[in-house]
Design a protein. Structure first.
Length: 164
């Protein structure tokens, strides 16, 4: 961790700047500039927004719900967030690894449940069932043995399971 403490600090600085300081600063700046350069100079608009405080209240009352709706649409109703998440998974080896491990665990757990059910009923395994179990074992062994955070095995696996 000590090797990356400078980069960690840089990341935290950028997050604080972009998510909090720049956001608040941009909102205050936009409200101030639009009021004093546009509204203050036009009598028609000055009649709608007689003071800066009135302008802030009206814009906030309209803008905040509107922006919440836009944010909701971004996450829930458009392909934009899905694309962003896919890019994050493709470019972040840790996120990729978590997704792939989860998929592998699901596959393995399903096999284990099937085996347990068969064993609990004292049933014999058919040769094709044993072959299927061995195939899953072989697939997982090879995959785990060959992959690294720097290689593309996890990404290739993600592409394979998302295209099916």
């Amino acid at each position: 961790m000590s090797k990356s403490s400078g980069f960690r600090g840089w990341y935290y600085f950028r997050q604080g700047w972009s998510m909090y300081f720049a956001f608040i600063f941009a909102a205050v700046n936009t409200l101030t500039v639009t009021y004093f350069l546009a509204i203050d100079n036009y009598p028609f608009l000055k009649g709608i927004f007689p003071t800066f405080v009135d302008y802030v209240i009206i814009v906030g009352a309209i803008g905040i719900p509107l922006l919440i709706g836009i944010g909701y649409a971004h996450f829930k109703r458009t392909q934009a967030f899905r694309s962003e998440t896919a890019i994050q998974a493709e470019t972040n080896p840790f996120a990729r690894r978590n997704l792939v491990n989860t998929e592998m665990n699901l596959k393995l757990n399903l096999q284990i449940i099937n085996i347990l059910i068969k064993l609990s009923k004292n049933e014999k395994f058919e040769p094709e069932e044993i072959k299927k179990i061995n195939d899953v074992k072989f697939e997982l062994e090879n995959f785990v043995e060959n992959r690294t955070f720097e290689s593309n095995e996890d990404l290739d696996y993600l592409h394979k399971i998302t295209k099916n």
